[in-house]
Design a protein around this ligand. Structure first.
Ligand code: PRP
Length: 174
């Protein structure tokens, strides 16, 4: 099993803190639209949403940013599945598992901003500051982590380890 980088307990504590911050910031909001970015965000989104007190709706969007080799970043972002509802005039929070180069989130924020939401912000569980290629604004960050390959809590390596309950660290070439 992968070595632990962030334990299940640490993740849960940070998710609760993020939910409290979001609740405070959206206290005056009628309804927050959470847009989970598939597949990686599904576990984080489920835990975060269940902690939120603000009235919210859950949507999903699916994009892919990696090429055939799971460890090589192609740079291209491709939309696989769009949200089901119009977001015009809505308060929108994009929920990501990880911001690595930032290309995926940058693409999504541009795409969603063009639909004229009332507000648009992003939340990510993990971010790798050393890998950022684009300047993308993330309002809520769970953990800034070093440039290591992480799995678990939604994140995979070649579809493995997504449902590990903690954030693990692996050497993908092994
Ligand atoms: C991962 C992750 C983010 C993106 C981050 O998704 O879930 O969406 O990469 O990388 P970036 O900041 O360099 O763009 P991936 O394409 O691996 O798909 P998955 O979530 O379905 O595993």
């Amino acid at each position: 099993m992968p070595d632990s980088l962030i334990t299940e307990t640490e993740v849960a504590a940070r998710v609760a803190e993020l939910a409290a911050e979001i609740d405070a910031d959206y206290a005056a909001t009628d309804e927050l639209i959470l847009i989970g970015v598939l597949k990686g965000s599904f576990i984080f989104l489920a835990d975060l949403a269940r902690r939120l007190e603000v009235k919210h709706r859950v949507e999903f969007i699916a994009v892919t940013s990696y090429g055939e080799s799971e460890s090589i970043h192609s740079g291209a972002v491709r939309m696989l599945m769009d949200v089901r509802h119009d977001i015009e005039d809505c308060d929108v929070l994009v929920v990501e598992d990880i911001v690595d180069s930032g290309q995926t989130l940058e693409y999504l924020m541009r795409l969603l901003a063009a639909r004229a939401p009332k507000s648009l912000h992003a939340c990510t569980l993990l971010r790798k500051p050393d890998r950022l290629e684009v300047d993308v604004d993330v309002s809520y960050v769970g953990f800034d982590i070093p440039d290591v390959w992480v799995v678990g809590y939604g994140l995979d390596w070649a579809e493995r380890f997504r449902t590990l309950p903690y954030i693990g660290q692996i050497e993908p070439q092994v």
